[in-house]
Design a protein around this ligand. Structure first.
Ligand code: ATP
Length: 247
């Protein structure tokens, strides 16, 4: 059984039908990348999984750890072990780095029963563990989050997600707007988070960076899955890359 399964999902924003018959799966322990051009429906897919509305899932099912979560409230999905770090990296700008991490800890309300029954650890990370991934955050612990650089805010947003019961970490364009050396730091952190057992679903427009990191890739185009395969297969498939990713 896959950790996450989407089966024939259709999602709409009001009258606009965006996702069409999207089926995909994420296996426990892998890094899966969802790629596609601007407007292909990547963010809509992540929001459909996380229960963030809009969009509205009108058809199909989303199953996490064997339980159907389609249509559940975002909070109910989050306590089951799914975290979404959105593109806009929501942090509390007037609170310090330390306070932002503490808030993340207190919103982790319920034990992740389903995850536990399947043998996931599901323990929230301590500050010290988050700082191991992102030493820069420890240096900035008492600084207001709004004064951090883009890269540091990305690290804080990921750190906040890690504090919660995360079995599946979903990252929406984590490299967007970051300087190359910061991209390396974020990439190394995602790698380590994955080595520590967290499953990762990564949405990227930067297909090359995502293929470097991912085990498997899906490509979306106009709300439909047009490719599914290993990162190597995608890398070898010039036609798909050129047609749908422009690389
Ligand atoms: P991007 O990289 O630009 O975020 P994406 O692949 O993540 O691209 P989505 O953000 O999922 O694409 O958008 C898919 C389609 O849904 C686009 O046509 C977009 O205009 C539309 N869309 C996104 N959000 C809304 C909304 N709140 N209301 C109506 N349409 C929306």
């Amino acid at each position: 059984m896959s950790l996450l399964e989407l089966d024939a999902v259709d999602a709409h924003y009001g009258e606009s039908h965006i996702l069409r018959d999207v089926s995909m799966s994420v296996e426990e322990g892998e890094i899966c990348a969802l790629l596609g051009r601007n407007g292909a429906g990547k963010t809509t897919t992540l929001r459909s999984i996380a229960g963030t509305t809009p969009p509205e899932v009108r058809d199909g099912t989303v199953t996490f750890a064997g339980e159907e979560i389609t249509g559940m409230a975002a909070e109910d999905i989050s306590v089951r072990g799914i975290s979404l770090v959105p593109e806009e990296r929501r942090v509390f700008p007037d609170e310090t780095v330390g306070e932002n991490l503490h808030i993340a800890e207190t919103v982790r309300a319920l034990p992740n029963r389903i995850g536990r029954s399947l043998g996931f650890d599901g323990e929230a990370m301590s500050d010290a563990e988050v700082f191991e991934f992102f030493p820069r955050l420890e240096e900035r612990r008492d600084q207001k989050a709004g004064t951090l650089s883009g890269g540091e805010q990305q690290m804080l947003a990921i750190g906040r997600a890690l504090k919660q019961h995360t079995d599946l970490l979903m990252l929406d364009e984590p490299y967007e707007g970051l300087a190359p050396q910061i991209i390396d730091a974020v990439e190394a952190a995602i790698d380590r988070i994955h080595e520590d057992g967290t499953t990762v679903l990564l949405v990227e427009q930067n297909a090359i960076a995502a293929m470097n990191l991912a085990d498997r890739c899906y490509v979306l185009d106009q709300g439909e899955i047009v490719f599914e395969g290993s990162a190597e297969e995608l890398s070898d498939d010039d036609r798909t890359r050129e047609r749908y990713l422009g690389v």
